[in-house]
Design a protein around this ligand. Sequence first.
Ligand SMILES: Cc1cc2nc3c(=O)[nH]c(=O)nc-3n(C[C@H](O)[C@H](O)[C@H](O)COP(=O)(O)OP(=O)(O)OC[C@H]3O[C@@H](n4cnc5c(N)ncnc54)[C@H](O)[C@@H]3O)c2cc1C
Length: 516
Amino acid sequence: MQLRRVGVLGGGPGGLYAARLLKLARPSCDVIVYEQGEPGTTFGFGVGLAAGTQRNLAAADPDTLRDIVAAGCRHDMTMQAGDRVVRVHNDRLIGIARTELLAVLQRHAEKAGVRLEFGARRGAGDVDADTVIAADGISSATREDGDFGGTVEAGRGLYLWCGTDFALADAVFAPAETEYGTFVTHAYPYSGGQSTFLIETDEQTWRRAGFEATTEQTPSDASDLSSLRYLQQAFAGQLGGHALIGNRTRWTRFRTVRCQRWSSGRTVLLGDAAHTAHYSIGSGTKLAMEDAMALVEAMDAEPDAAGAFARYEAVRRPPVGRLQELARRSQLWWESFPSRLHLPVEQLMVAYMTRAGNVPLGRFAATNPEVLATALGRYAGLDLETSQLPADITSWVLDRPLRHQGRQLPCRVLAPGSFGIKVLVVADVVGDPWGPAGDAVVTRARRAREAGADGFRFTGPADRLSVLTRMDLAERVRAEAGGLIVMDGPAGLRDDLAAGLVSRRADLVSFTEEAA
Ligand SMILES: Cc1cc2nc3c(=O)[nH]c(=O)nc-3n(C[C@H](O)[C@H](O)[C@H](O)COP(=O)(O)OP(=O)(O)OC[C@H]3O[C@@H](n4cnc5c(N)ncnc54)[C@H](O)[C@@H]3O)c2cc1C
């Protein structure tokens, strides 16, 4: 398309990267980034960039990636539960300070010839340009004032994004059980002397701790110091005497943004302005930068704005939608995390890795055989050495016997008609297992248990998303009502069903017809 002048609203990762790629593709085009903040000031602490993201950035712009990697910090990952810790290797995950990432992107944008204007807030209508790229973040005024069909959905849980002045050895997931309830940290190093400490909790715990009041009392340009002081004590074990540091840090509910359209007239949305994905899958920066690549390619390939924006959206909607669905599952998993703290930590790690259905047991075995061997051993009641890990893990999991009420079932797959256990059939199709429809199933399940049911058989549609959601609902019922769980699903989903067994979402599976 013809490009004379392009204005980019927002100097976050999406806007800066789009500006640089565009200027490299079209040196004669005037590209200006308008950022309301000053250079070197930003919200938040570090962000994580996974191996896949680094591969994509390497393909689009190896120079920028080299500087990002040089400024970043590699780390593995540990999960804590009670006094046990498990570690998994992930040597291509890097953490980087948001300020560093932005400094690298600003430098490379300027090197390509982009003009950066800081310190004034702009609207799409204020900008003299043929095309406006609105990369103005999660609270995008462009989206809110424009015709994009945007929706914003707030999560149930609350989180605080804070940091600390020492580098953790690894990323850490750890709970702190307090007199008010459970707080959980997702913490990771992002430089030689700093770490992000993200802390989340449920609404009841937040209220009991008095944080509703401290949130209200905290001015918008300050940090909630009462919460930081309390949490510093609660996470003293992980902080090792260091302080929790705020940067306009206050309790927030994660907001998932979706839009029916990503463009309107000469304006196109990019990154968080168009869509967000829960922080627990660490993908917001990735999505914004990958949007930038696709948008610039489309602008280069198509003769006009309408064609370019349609192409950009057609390319980006499927992967964004997939990640938003993964993120939705991950968000629900973390919001219900305290209910899993009774699990042995290796099984908890497997539950975490398989929570959204994107890491099969076989892939996890390839990178972390010791952890999986211990988790499988605990599932089967055996001591399993890494050298004894089966080649076909799914079949091994399904073939384990189950003792129930003094009887031994030969394996975890229920043959039709072989069932002498009294179960209630649950056929509810529930979108959010922890929402009101899930509450109703739990109430019914408790009554059924009081009336003598041994457990529950969860049945319903055979497509993958329905089966995964059914397992989440089953897991909740298992935790809150007890009893044996039988999960219906097609043999084509045996990997997912096996992961559900090891993660204690179900006890038995029953194969049904494949999805049509
Ligand atoms: C707690 C938390 C943890 C996260 N962790 C990770 C992680 O580990 N990995 C990861 O990839 N992502 C992570 N993210 C997500 C990530 O921060 C965002 O998805 C990413 O920054 C989106 O980039 P963006 O360029 O679209 O928007 P932003 O980074 O939000 O940038 C938007 C910019 O626009 C500016 N702006 C807004 N309005 C105007 C205006 N009218 N005029 C001028 N300037 C304006 C803002 O000042 C801002 O600089 C996390 C997010 C949260 C909340």
